[in-house]
Design a protein around this ligand. Sequence first.
Ligand code: NAD
Ligand code: TYD
Length: 338
Amino acid sequence: MKLLVTGGSGFVGSNFIRYMLGAYPDVSVVNLDKLTYAGNPANLADVENEPRYSFVKGDIADAAIVESILSEGGFDAIVNYAAESHVDRSILDPKAFLTTAVFGTYTLLEATRKFAIPRFVQISTDEVYGAIMEGETLESAPFEPRSPYSAAKAAADHLVASYWSTYQTPVVITHAANMYGPYHYPEKLFPLFITNLIEGKKVPVYGDGMLVREWLHVDDHARAIDAVLRRGVLGESYNIGTGDRLPNIEITKKLLALLGKDESSIEHVKDRPGHDRRYALNSQKIRRELGWEPKIGFDEGLATTVEWFKANEAWWKPIKSGEYQKYYDAQYGGDRVS
Ligand code: NAD
Ligand code: TYD
């Protein structure tokens, strides 16, 4: 199987590439990534000399680059991970979110048609469904995005679905829960809190901390995308979830315990504007129809993720002391602390 993976130098895409190359000797991957602040070649340092892996620096919205890669021929699928992914950044400056999600996805869809690629997998999020105050969301639920990030992702998903109805472009869409695991950029809840606690800093809990997310280990996600690539029905969408739903404050307390800290390390800060209070996926369809299920329980995944960050300071320390620090200071310095 020959794959074009876009956004493969970020958190979720790099773990997918590592998983596929490790699990299957007959899989080869071309990774097209723009290397934004979140794209980091160090995420794939262990496979960069692998002959079945190659990297192209470029933008998915650049048709010339996309077409030059696909002209090599032989691609079985495109898996589109490329996106701006952080809700807080989308609130500060939505433009790049829209450009990549809408024009980037459009460019890949056109190339899928032109080169008759057999399968296009759009990696999306449960956030397109909006806040789910009770019960669970099915794939058939309407999109009600409430942040510029989720609105941009929903726009891309609508476009992908429209290519199926209009041109029968062979697409599949996935909606995954919040992920955690190794190589997670330290602006998101898990890696920010773990690394802050290792550094002896406080952790900024937004609002009342009672916001609920559903949590999925990034390796379980890689296995789900593998199943979607091999058995996913064209034109369908699949939720990928675990049922592991916890309020942020409970996760924070688990992290404090794992890292030997007490609640004096918690700093309550102003809430995110438009903050979705709860996400909850019904993921029976992928379990029933594709035979996937998560293998990594939440407490086990949390503990191994903490261990990974403890063992890999050389990966995250340069990120936290670089460009990211300016963003962090702007977010949490001064008036954000209530
Ligand atoms: P990330 O920010 O860590 O990585 C995104 C990657 O995309 C980076 O390597 C970046 O350089 C690249 N990229 C951005 N714009 C690009 C462009 N125009 N052209 C080429 N490359 C570009 O994000 P992530 O957490 O790895 O998320 C990957 C995908 O998974 C996204 O589509 C996101 O919506 C989806 N997703 C993530 C989560 C999660 O919890 N992290 C959950 C559900 C879905
Ligand atoms: P995040 O990791 O940004 O993912 P998303 O917003 O895409 O769900 O945030 C997860 C939850 O943690 C969300 O409810 C916001 C909250 N959060 C904090 O309380 N403090 C923080 O510093 C961050 C980054 C997130």
